[in-house]
Design a protein around this ligand. Structure first.
Ligand SMILES: [Zn+2]
Length: 342
């Protein structure tokens, strides 16, 4: 029992979709040092009436608080950062994130009036941090949000590759390509285990590239004559850029509708993404633009009750409405756990 050991302890996200919170520990039992990776939520479905959000039970982690060296975030999807403002205030540990993720969590904490300046450490892409017995190397991957990072976690017992979420996109349009050089060099060392996201792993074939989606959306949009409303995940900045691109190519203006669409747009701009696009028009002003000359990009692609798309389709949105001959494009795939809300 007195031997140094490496532990992996998932408090959420393993064997289920959402609420990712994984722990690693190293050391002798009486002196183990811990790190946490991600702190996400999951969206409840109709099987749990009255519940909207579920987050992992942090009790075990709170017991380890004094030996917790830090929280490392892989990327900014809600199932990886959504519980941070609920759990972190009880921990007050250092938080490590790349710039885009850091910008979004800063906003989350600002809304709750919590100052994390002294705790937040911004990590440049593809760089390394040292936390006690853990040497953590960030590896840029591709996914449906900017800056997804895999983590190579080196310990005296060996290396763990913690993938985070990923897909292989040879042409991601926004952000860097997969750092396959780094992945290969880690693969050439003795990796003890790969802790890996597996959503959609049972679907055969290859995931499509964002550049294929751009081509196909431009074709569809070019053939439409009246008002166009596109709904998509706000966090997919490459998809957002594609709609801006299609608007420019078809001589239309673009208007963003929904709070998270504006939040992500602002964060992406701040971090140096979305630099060569046209300026969006405020939805209140877009009402004065003729329907042949405007595209709206809206939240609510999963039919969320508070999403802009739900309000537009119900005819209760104050600024955006549908007329005969207008087109709504759902640029999204239904994802497990959200589908029952449709
Ligand atoms: Zn993700």
């Amino acid at each position: 029992m007195n031997k140094e050991q490496l532990l992996f302890c998932p408090l959420g996200g393993s064997g289920e979709i959402g609420m990712n919170l994984n722990l690693y520990a190293y050391g002798k039992e009486e002196n183990q040092k811990w790190i946490a990776v991600d702190m996400g939520v999951t969206f409840a479905d109709d099987s749990i009436p009255g519940v909207d959000l579920i987050y992992p039970d942090p009790g075990f982690l709170l017991d380890k608080k004094k030996d917790l060296l830090g929280l490392v975030l892989t990327h900014a999807h809600e199932d990886h950062i959504g519980a941070i403002t609920i759990i972190w205030p009880k921990l007050k540990c250092k938080i490590f994130a790349t710039p885009f993720t850091a910008t979004l969590i800063k906003e989350k904490f600002k809304e709750k009036k919590i100052d994390i300046t002294d705790y937040l450490k911004i990590v440049p892409l593809n760089s390394k941090i040292n936390l006690g017995p853990f040497e953590i190397d960030f590896i840029t991957l591709t996914h449906s949000i900017p800056e997804p990072n895999g983590l190579s976690i080196k310990t005296p017992a060996g290396i763990i590759l913690h993938s985070g979420d990923w897909k292989c996109d040879p042409n991601p349009l926004v952000g860097e390509k997969i750092n396959d050089t780094k992945l290969k060099s880690i693969g050439n060392q003795d990796v003890l285990a790969m802790i890996c996201d597996s959503t959609n792993v049972i679907s055969e074939g290859r995931a499509g590239s964002e550049s294929d989606v751009r081509e196909s959306l431009l074709k569809i949009i070019s053939n439409l004559k009246k008002k166009i409303i596109v709904t998509s995940f706000a966090s997919n900045v490459a998809r957002m850029e594609t709609i801006f691109y299609c608007a420019k190519k078809t001589n239309r203006q673009i208007s963003l509708v929904g709070r998270s669409m504006h939040r992500i747009y602002k964060a992406a701009k701040q971090c140096g993404y979305l630099q060569n696009i046209i300026e969006p028009v405020d939805p209140r002003d877009a009402k004065n633009i003729s329907r042949e000359k405007i595209i709206y990009l809206c939240t609510g692609s999963q039919g969320e009750p508070m999403g802009a798309m739900r309000r537009i389709s119900s005819g209760i949105h104050p600024d955006v409405y549908l007329d005969k001959g207008d087109t709504v494009i759902f640029s999204s795939k239904i994802i497990p756990s959200n589908e029952k809300k449709l």
